[in-house]
Design a protein around this ligand. Sequence first.
Ligand code: GDP
Ligand code: MG
Length: 211
Amino acid sequence: MSTYKIVLLGEGRVGKTCLCLRYVNNKFSSDQQSTLEATYLEKRLNLGNKSVKLNIWDTAGQERYHALGPIYYRDANGALLVYDITDRDSFTKVRNWVKELRKIIGNKIVLVIAGNKCDLEKYRQVEESEATEYAQSVGAIHIQCSAKTGVNVEQAFLEITKGMMNPPPTAGAGSANVGGTQNNSNNGNDDSNPRAKIHFVEEGQTNGGCC
Ligand code: GDP
Ligand code: MG
C-alpha cells in the first residue's frame, strides 16, 4: 500500500474543514457551531489495482493567525489549495501559497487548486477561466467544488491522488519523496499511530468553524 500526505491550505473560512469532512465522512453541516476541528483524517481507496492510503492534514485554524509554517507542509506529497469563489482575497492567498510551496518544496509537490462554495454562484468574485488559466501557468490543476452540495469534492481528491501516483518525469528527478512512501516510511502516521484514524482537537466556542 502506498501512503501519501495531503495538506489543505488556504485562508480561514474558505471551507477546508468542510471539504475534508465531506470527503472522508460524506457529511456537511452549516448550522452546527461545532467546537471541534479536524486536524488529521485518513482515507483509503483503491485506484485500478492499487491500494492507496491518504493522510489528509487539515489545519487547526492556525492560518487565521498567519502561523502555518513549513513544518506543516514540507513532507507533503500533495496540497489542496482552497479558495472561496465568492472571496477574491482568498484567491490571492492561494497565489501566495503556490509561491511559497514552489520556493520551499519545488515541483515535487502536486498542487490542486480548489474553488470551493460553487453553490454560491450569484456571489461569485473569481471567474473559473481566470483560475484555470492561473493554475495551468503554475503546473496545478483547478477544480470548482462545493463541500455543501458535495459536487466535485471526490474529484478534487482524486486529481491530487492521481498526480501523486503518477508524478511527471521532470518532477521525479532527484526527489525520492515523490510518488509517496511505500509502507509508510516517513510520514509519521502508521497504523500503530493512535492518531491514525480521525483525530479531533477542541477549539474555542467562538471560533465558528462549521464542522
Ligand atoms: P476553514 O476555516 O477553511 O476550515 O472553513 P470551514 O470548513 O470551517 O467553513 C467555513 C464556513 O464556510 C462555514 O460556515 C461553512 O458552513 C461554510 N462552507 C464551507 N464550505 C461551503 C460550501 O461549499 N458552500 C457554502 N455555501 N458554504 C460552505
Ligand atoms: Mg478549518
